[in-house]
Ligand binder design. Structure first.
Ligand code: 8X3
Length: 250
């Protein structure tokens, strides 16, 4: 049974992925900051598989390192790392954007991903096997106005995925980068800081992707034969043709 560590497992794509992989012969390390949600997810998923919760703030390297070090021996040999955690904060031009929002996006989407990877990958290298899957975004493919810092963090994720593949292939470690378009999750509510009405508008007039659609794709990426790597995957809802173009019926 493979051991899979999922960051950002308390909501959206991370939660749907944990649920999906719990039914696919995986043992799960679920990570997040919201302890209550982690607890209830452990209860739920324990019906299907073995689950180990890890509660840490990925923006704090000492916390990340202590959490990964604290894994019991039977959980240490992580086979698959899914770097899913990340968010957008604000949708404003560079001169109007809040610096605190920039810091949060850069600290979680880029530094947090690097911190977790830095703590997990050495074990994979020693064991000469592993799979790192980074969730970037279509925002990495084309920059859009008012989302420049978010786009920059996701471009950074793409670059990190590319670099990881170059550095880790010789150690038998696969690296995949999955870039979703519009997925209806808490993403927009977080971006708009709790403005549910504005968030709902992002997903009206067409059928957005669901977190389960992405979990489905991740299940495919995770389950390819040993000699096959899905290096990159871009997923749009059928009504979307670029990060900023969505065909809406109403
Ligand atoms: C989320 C997709 O298009 O809002 O990463 O940037 S988008």
């Amino acid at each position: 049974m493979k051991i899979v560590l999922v960051t950002g497992a308390t909501s959206g794509i991370g939660k749907a992925t944990a649920r999906r992989l719990a039914n696919e012969n995986c043992r799960l390390i679920i990570c997040g900051r919201r302890t209550e949600i982690l607890k209830s997810l452990v209860q739920e998923l324990s019906q299907q598989t073995e689950v180990y919760p890890l509660n840490f703030d990925m923006m704090d390297y000492d916390q990340v390192s202590a959490a990964i070090d604290s894994l019991p021996r039977e959980w240490k040999a992580i086979d698959i790392l899914i770097n899913n955690a990340g968010n957008a904060y604000g949708l404003e031009s560079l001169v109007e954007g809040e610096r605190a929002d920039w810091d949060r996006m850069i600290n979680s989407n880029v530094k947090g991903l690097l911190y977790v990877s830095r703590c997990v990958i050495p074990g994979m290298k020693e064991r000469k096997s592993g799979h790192v899957i980074n969730i970037s975004s279509v925002a990495a493919l084309q920059t859009y106005p008012n989302g420049v810092v978010y786009c920059a963090t996701k471009k950074a994720v793409k670059t990190i995925s590319e670099g990881m593949r170059l550095e880790l292939t010789e150690f038998g470690i696969k690296v995949s980068d999955l870039a979703p378009g519009a997925v209806e999750t808490e993403f927009s509510e977080v971006r708009f800081k709790g403005d549910k009405k504005r968030a709902a508008k992002v997903y009206t007039g067409y059928k957005a992707l669901t977190a389960e659609d992405i979990a489905d794709a991740l299940s495919y990426v995770v389950n390819t034969p040993a000699h096959v790597t899905i290096a990159e995957m871009t997923i749009y809802p059928s009504a979307q043709s670029s990060p900023t173009q969505i065909y809406r019926k109403s």
